[in-house]
Design a protein around this ligand. Structure first.
Ligand SMILES: C[S@@+](CC[C@H](N)C(=O)[O-])C[C@H]1O[C@@H](n2cnc3c(N)ncnc32)[C@H](O)[C@@H]1O
Length: 261
């Protein structure tokens, strides 16, 4: 791999830069683009920000999303995986775009990231989840099975299963589901660097652990504060990031220069 790009962050438009990244080498491509919120995203108008306004409406946004997926696709290994992170605004369009690109047979999972941030509406249920659509380019994609704790009301009457116990009570280990309850970042958390819509490391570590192996290359073409790249580095993957915001890139570079902080 060209050493100049691997384990580095490139500043610029992913649509223009993707073709200069290593083609056919990426095991996992995570994409967390703007969500079609119609807003300039910032933390109450302070600090770094990025634009999520689309004067041309949904048609303009979908042109961007399709171009991003098409630019990222050639980076994948023959069995590489794309994980596209969106919310209720455009998640349904995202899945259709992935089907168009990789075929309905490419579908692996729709991961629901469930969180509990403040706020809600009097007119509907509180919208507190994002979707991560996982599609594979080939049948032999990497999947590392994970387990999760499944708590039992009591420990009697079970045979042939191993029962563990922690402070919450008895539990078994069962195959991890596609609904992930992971707290959203709060301002007082150590990992929070003040980037708008910054994702938790725990979310990216779990995703990378599931769909790549040590030594693989993980790419993020809208890397923001570099969460994916930091998670990849901690899990001994190679990584490459792109972002069109100079502020994001310098923040991400700073984070990656101290990966154990
Ligand atoms: C949802 S944020 C990513 C947040 C990131 N996952 C994190 O944890 O910090 C979306 C990012 O996409 C970037 N972006 C928007 N359009 C882009 C483009 N054409 N090329 C590269 N990056 C872009 C924005 O600057 C922003 O940082």
């Amino acid at each position: 791999m060209p050493r100049s790009v691997i384990n580095s962050i490139v500043h610029g438009d992913a649509l223009a830069i993707a073709s200069s990244l290593p083609q056919g080498r990426v095991a996992l491509l995570y994409l967390d683009p703007p969500f079609f919120s119609g807003r300039r995203r910032s933390n109450r108008g302070k600090g770094p920000a990025y634009d999520d306004r689309w004067p041309g409406g949904l048609a303009e946004y979908l042109r961007f999303l399709r171009s991003l997926l098409e630019a990222g696709h050639p980076l994948l290994t023959p069995d590489g995986v794309i994980a596209l992170h969106l919310d209720w605004r455009a998640t349904h369009h995202g899945r259709l775009e992935l089907e168009r690109l990789l075929g309905p047979g490419g579908f692996v999972n729709e991961i629901i990231w469930s969180y509990r941030t403040g706020g809600g509406s009097k007119r509907m249920l509180a919208r507190k989840h994002d979707s991560i659509h996982v599609f594979a380019a080939g049948k032999n994609y990497t999947f590392n099975r994970q387990t999760e704790k499944s708590y039992l009301a009591h420990r009697y009457g079970f045979t042939n299963i191993q029962i563990h116990e922690d402070e919450k009570g008895p539990y078994t280990l069962s195959a991890m589901r596609d609904v992930w309850e992971i707290p959203a970042l709060r301002g007082n958390q150590r990992e929070y660097v003040g980037y708008p819509t910054q994702k938790p490391l725990q979310l990216l570590e779990r995703l990378i652990g599931c769909f790549s192996n040590e030594g693989d290359l993980v790419a993020d073409l809208c890397c923001g504060s570099g969460t994916t790249l930091l998670a990849a580095s901690r899990l001994k993957r190679h990584w490459v990031g792109v972002d069109s915001s100079a502020e994001a890139v310098s923040l991400a570079r700073r984070r990656l220069s101290q990966p154990n902080q």
